[in-house]
Ligand binder design. Structure first.
Ligand code: NAD
Ligand code: UDP
Length: 340
């Protein structure tokens, strides 16, 4: 089976490529490298010992997409490509809607033209907005507080409409909680541009000395220690979830909406402690004001994923931190080898 992986050079996409290749799938990566590099493709090749086909193009480029479907027989698409920075989406809503929503429309149009009707889409726990309680099941009310989240909500609705118009579509919406960690080899991992927005990349860069101190955004939330609680999930477990979804996609007779999380909530201080254990030293931090838009707690009820996909997360917070640290310490400047 040949799988087109949009955004396959990025963080979650690169790990999923490795998992799919090791399971015997052929992958074709389609990525404009707006947030990734050729180096990540080389690293996937190193791990899998296979040559990777990279189509360096934009999902908004209809002709380039048509060419891919004319050249290869694509059985299914995993659609990771998208912009993902919440703050930037508030500043540049049109860029986010154009890239994420218009790009998805173009992709779907081309898939339809080539009778490729199987797609796994990267959605997010952000579609639950500020949940009334935790753990969160898939039937919780949906809302969004920023253009990034709204782009995910709209795309979910567009995909449901595709299915309503033609029930031959096989669609899986995977709602990720907080992906962290890296491939255990330390060869591929998350490589944020500039100052990281997310917790674990910031902790990792502080641990390696690139940042002075972690700002903990608020210690007065209604949580066990006052800091924000999230459901951190190892990126390799996430990759396995995509494999399990692909393995079953042809059997689904409705749009499947599935949480991918561990079901466990860890606070910022819990994560910091686990990371310190991996590094073997303390990491400087200070308490800062709450970050606007942040919520107190967010963690999944992952039981539906177990029921439908036979999937559950297997790696704990210590392994997540150890693997993030191995990636960070092996690659202090990410994929930018020249700067190392
Ligand atoms: P990433 O930025 O590392 O990967 C996205 C990839 O898509 C990048 O390689 C980028 O170059 C590519 N891309 C972006 N726009 C494109 C376009 N128009 N055409 C072609 N390629 C394009 O991000 P990630 O963390 O791997 O996230 C993958 C997907 O998962 C995204 O859709 C993201 O919204 C979603 N998601 C991520 C998280 C997270 O915390 N990382 C959580 C929930 C959902
Ligand atoms: N966080 C923090 N300092 C940082 C980055 C994040 O205290 O530099 C906190 C944030 O307030 C939240 C948690 O860490 O409680 C996870 O934040 P992240 O941005 O990684 O994910 P998201 O907010 O999307 O769940």
């Amino acid at each position: 089976m040949s799988i087109l992986i949009t955004g396959g050079a990025g963080y979650i996409g690169s790990h999923t490529c490795v998992t799919l290749i090791e399971a015997g799938y052929e992958v074709i990566i389609y990525d404009n490298l707006s947030n990734a590099s050729h180096e990540s493709i080389k690293r996937i090749e190193m791990i899998t010992e296979q040559d990777i086909t990279l189509i360096e193009a934009d999902i908004q480029d209809k002709q380039a997409l048509h060419k891919v479907f004319e050249t290869y027989t694509i059985d299914a698409v995993i659609h990771f490509a998208g912009l993902k920075a919440v703050g930037e989406s508030v500043q540049k809503p049109l860029t986010y809607y154009q890239n994420n929503i218009a790009g998805t429309l173009t992709l779907l149009e081309v898939m339809q033209a080539h009778h490729c009707k199987q797609i796994v889409f990267s959605s997010s726990a952000t579609v639950y907005g500020d949940p009334a309680s935790c753990p969160i099941t898939e039937d919780f009310p949906l809302s969004a507080t920023n253009p990034y989240g709204r782009s995910k909500l709209f795309i979910e609705e567009i995909l449901r409409d595709m299915y309503r118009s033609d029930t031959e579509w096989k669609i899986v919406l995977l709602r990720y909680f907080n992906p962290i960690g890296a491939h255990p080899s330390g060869t591929i991992g998350e490589d944020p541009n500039g100052i990281p927005n997310n917790l674990v990349p910031f902790i990792a860069q502080t641990a390696i000395g690139k940042r002075d101190s972690l700002a903990i955004f608020g210690d007065d939330y209604d949580t066990h220690d006052g800091t924000g609680v999230r459901d951190y999930i190892h990126v390799m477990d996430l990759a396995q979830g995509h494999l399990d979804a692909l393995d079953r996609i042809s059997t689904f007779s409705e749009v499947m909406t599935i949480n991918l999380g561990t079901g466990k909530g860890y606070s910022v201080l819990d994560v910091l402690k686990a990371f310190e254990k991996s590094v073997g030293k303390t990491i400087p931090y200070h308490i800062a004001p709450r970050r606007p838009g942040d919520i107190a707690s967010c963690y999944a009820d992952p039981s539906y994923a177990k029921k439908i996909l036979g999937w559950q997360a297997t790696r704990d917070i210590n392994q997540m931190c150890q693997d993030s640290w191995r990636w960070q310490s092996n690659n202090p400047n990410g994929y930018n080898k020249e700067a190392q």
